[in-house]
Write a protein that binds this ligand. Structure first.
Ligand code: F6P
Length: 333
């Protein structure tokens, strides 16, 4: 079988005018940074600086050293290419504009450098999530200053999104708006090879993913949906459901892309806005899931249509197999 590398895939997309040269370079650079993070994650406890508390991030969470390192790897890799106006990272309060001596470009990059980082020390998959927007222009055709307002665009304006999972294999999932494609890192040639072309999520599923320890705080529509799944063949759904929860969104969403399922992190009486970040987690994953034929909602409306109010805003997330997501949405009506 002819192997198609990520580079060849992106050149093909550029030749079909789906992406320009700057976006191709940006995506290649992100993928290269993910390889470096993968190598580092793979060293586990052998790598100096893994785990252990370092500093606190803007959400008051303890950052593992590997979070900081992954953030640095992504920022350094992308700073000089001339294709970015600024980055925003889940690990930094404010956007980081590209400054001299580097040239500014037309794109804005949002990254969650190490998603699921509480799983690092226990040898469970973690990953990197990214989202790409265009820097808006002013009325006289110049690019806006790439500060927070420039980033506050709904997810339906994303030009690309993807994520890497550092698991038993490292996979890189990508959409540029023409479907979803998955690549596996070949550690011998150190290249990403297309292994999951044209990913489609089945519309029906019998598998759900939710952190059930929050059950007592869920809103009634979520409680009803999960209760019905748990009742299985004896309940109103008339079929048994399976449950999975990795607690790394990248791994849970990769499973949904691979075999279907519904992933939920709803709002509840304690986490009133939800737990996941709109700009760094929900929007890129919603774009990917929709491009694979699935659906993504916060219960009340399409995630990709939410007008963000802040860079670190949180949101409820219900995504995956279309018929199940529609059912949960209907329970919210
Ligand atoms: O937002 C980070 C994250 O680790 C996600 O990747 C994951 O889905 C979720 O938090 C896990 O949350 P909990 O710790 O409540 O299971």
């Amino acid at each position: 079988m002819r192997r198609i590398t990520l580079t060849q895939f992106l050149v093909g997309r550029q030749q079909s005018n789906l992406i320009n040269a700057d976006l191709r370079l940006l995506l290649e650079t992100i993928a290269r940074a993910c390889k470096a993070i993968s190598t580092r994650v793979n060293k586990g406890a052998l790598a100096e600086g893994l785990g252990g508390s370092a500093t606190s991030n803007v959400h008051g969470e303890v950052q593992k050293k590997l979070d900081v390192l992954s953030n640095e790897i992504l920022l350094e890799a992308n700073a000089w290419g001339g294709n970015l106006a600024a980055f925003a990272s889940e690990e930094a309060e404010k956007p980081i504009p590209i400054t001299e001596p580097y040239k500014r470009g037309e794109y804005l990059l949002l990254i969650d450098p190490l998603d699921g980082s509480s799983n690092i020390d226990v040898n469970i998959s973690v990953g990197t999530i990214f989202s790409v927007l265009r820097c808006p222009k002013t009325t006289d055709g110049k690019y806006c200053e790439p500060e927070e307002p420039a980033f506050l665009q709904p997810g339906n304006r994303q030009v690309a999104a993807g994520f890497a999972v550092y698991g038993p294999t490292t996979v890189f999932i990508l959409t540029v708006g023409d479907g979803v494609h998955g690549f596996t890192l070949d550690r011998e040639t150190y290249t990403f090879v297309l292994t999951h072309p044209e990913i489609r999520i089945p519309a029906d599923t019998q598998e759900f993913a939710i952190n059930a320890s929050n059950a007592r705080r869920w809103e009634p529509p979520v409680k009803r949906y999960i209760d019905e799944c748990l009742a299985g063949a004896d309940g109103p759904r008339g079929k048994d459901f399976n449950m999975r929860w990795v607690a790394s969104m990248v791994a849970d969403v990769f499973r949904v892309l691979s075999r279907g399922g519904i992933f939920m992190y709803p709002r509840d009486s304690k986490q009133k806005e939800g737990r996941l970040r709109l700009m760094y987690e929900a929007n890129p994953m919603a774009f990917i899931v929709e491009q694979a034929g699935g659906a993504a909602t916060d219960g009340r409306g399409r995630i990709l249509d939410i007008q963000p109010k802040g860079l670190h805003q949180k949101v409820a997330v219900i995504l995956g197999s279309r018929h199940e997501v529609e059912r949960v949405s209907s329970y919210h009506q």
